[in-house]
Design a protein around this ligand. Sequence first.
Ligand SMILES: Nc1nc2c(ncn2[C@@H]2O[C@H](COP(=O)(O)OP(=O)(O)OP(=O)(O)O)[C@@H](O)[C@H]2O)c(=O)[nH]1
Length: 560
Amino acid sequence: MSISAKTTALILLMGILLSFSAFFIQRSVIYPAFHDIEVDYAKDNIDRVIGRLEAQREIIDATVYDWTAWDDTYSFIRTGNPDYIASNLYPDTFLNFGFDVALFLNLAGEPVWGGVFDFSSEDGYVNLTETHLDGIVSAIGGYRERIDFGDSIENQSASGVVLVDEIPVLFAMRPIVRSDGTGPHAGYVVFGQFLRDGLIDRFSEQLVQDFSIEPVSESGGSEDPGDYTLDVIDQASLSASKIYSINGTPSLRATAIMPRNITELGREITQFGIVLLVLLCGFFAAALLLLFRRIVVKPIMSLRADISNISNGMDYSFRSSIRNNDEIGALSREFNSMLATIEANNMELLWLNTELTLKHQKVLEVQGDLQEANAELKRLSEHDPLTGLSNRLALEKKLKQAWEILCRTGDPLSVILVDIDFFKLYNDRYGHQKGDRCLKQVADILASAMQRKSDMAARYGGEEFLLVLPGTDAKDAIGVAASIREQIIAANIEHDRSPVAPFLTISIGISSIVPNGEIEMDSLVWTADKALYAVKGSGRNNFRYEPVCVAVESSSQLLG
Ligand SMILES: Nc1nc2c(ncn2[C@@H]2O[C@H](COP(=O)(O)OP(=O)(O)OP(=O)(O)O)[C@@H](O)[C@H]2O)c(=O)[nH]1
C-alpha cells in the first residue's frame, strides 16, 4: 500500500471519526441541552397560562371586592327592593365587565337577584338565567363556608371553578359589608365568567400561546398541583400541562401545545454544522493530500527514480537533485554523501583490482614457470638424460603400478631385458662419446618398439635396458623381442671388435606372468635376467623366453 493511499485512508478515517464524534456530541450533549431549554421554556409558558387564569380570577375578585363594600344601599339584599334592582341590576351592567354570572345572595345563600348571560353571542347577549341560575347557586353554595368572617375584610373571599352545562365558570365570592368595610354581613356578591373557547382564544392571543383547559376534580387525582406534565408529541411539538389551583383547590388543567422550535433549530444548526464539518474535512483532506503529494510523495518518488537510475546504470557519479530543507532533503544529502563514498571506494577498488590483476598475471606466469620447471623436474627425475628413456626409479614405479593393476584384472605382464653385446669393447674401440651415441641409437629403437601407451622402455643399467609390457603375453613379448633384435641388426652399427659380428648385436631375456598376490614381483625381472644370462652363455645376439616358475623346473628355451 502506497504512502498516498495510507494517508488518504488515515484522513478519511479521521473524517469519519470526527463526523461520528460530532454526531455523538449532537445527540448526547447538544440535543439534551436544547431539550432542557425547551422544557424550561414550556414550563414558563404553562406558568404564564396559569398566571393569566389567576390574573382573570383576581380581576373578578377585585371587582367583587369593589361591589361588596358599597354601603348601606345593599339594603335591597335584605329587603329585596324591586325598584333598586330594576334601576341598578341589568345585563349591560355586567357586559361592561364581561362577567357572565352575577349573583346577589342573602346570608342563607339564596339568590336575591341573579343573572346568567352569554355575552359571546354576536347577536347581543343571551340570557341563560332561567336555565343555569339554580345550578350555579347550588354549585357555589359550598364556597360560602370557606369565607371566614373573622378574618380581615381583604381575605374574606372565596373563588373557584364550577361546571355549568359542561362549561367551566371562574368565579369569585365575597360577603357584602358596609362601605367602611365593617359588618354586619348582609349577604354575598358573586361574579363569574364562562371560560368559553372564545375567552380562552383571547387569552391565547394575549399570551401568544395556544392553550386549552379542562376541569379537574377537586382532589386533582394523585398529581401534585405544582407538577408539570410534559409530553413530547412528536419531533415538532411538545405538550405541557399543569393544574391551576385556587386557594389550594385543584380547579383546572391547562394544557399548552408548543412547537419544538428550539430543538428544531438546534437540530438544524447542528446538522448544518456536521455537514459543514464533513465538507470542511473533505476539503482540508483533499488539500492536505495534495500538499502531502507535493511535499512528501513527489520528492520520495524522485529520489526513488534517482536510486533506480543509479542501480541500473551503476553510475555512482550521479547525484540526487533534491534540495528540500526537510527530512527528505536530509535523506537526499545523506544519499549523495553515500554515493561519493561509494565512488571513492570504487576508484580505490578499481586501482586495487588492477594491481591484483597484474599480480595475478605475475603469479600465473610464475605458476606456469613452476609448472614447466616441475614438469621438467619430473621428466628429469623419471628419465635417463642420455637416452631419454625412463630411468630406474620410474621403471620400478611403473612395474609396481602395473603389477598391482594386473593382479586385479588377471591380465599378463611381460618384461624384456636387453643387453648390448661386448659394449666395453665398443667403448674401447670407438671411444666413450661414440659409445654414448650408440646407447642413444639403441634406446631410440627400443622406444619405437613400444606400441602401447602403457608400455615402457627404461634404462636398466649401463648398457642394459628393460622393457615393461603390461597386458602383453609371452608370445607377443617374444615377437617384440625378435623385432627389436632384427632392427638392431638392421641398424648395422659398426662394431669390428665384437666376437659375434662386425656390427652391434644385443642379447635379450624375456619373461611373462599373470601377476597374483602369491608371486613376488621381482621374480619376473629375475627370470628375464636368467634368460638373458642363458642367451649370453649360448653365444649372444639372440633372445630367450623364460616363464616364471617357482615350483617347477624352468622349461626355458633359446629362440631365433
Ligand atoms: N660410453 C658409455 N659406456 C658405458 C656407459 N655405461 C656403461 N658403459 C660401459 O659399458 C661397459 C660394460 O662392460 P661389461 O659389463 O663388461 O659388459 P660387456 O663389455 O658388454 O660384456 P658383455 O655384457 O658380457 O657382453 C663398460 O665398459 C662401461 O664403461 C655409458 O653411459 N656410456
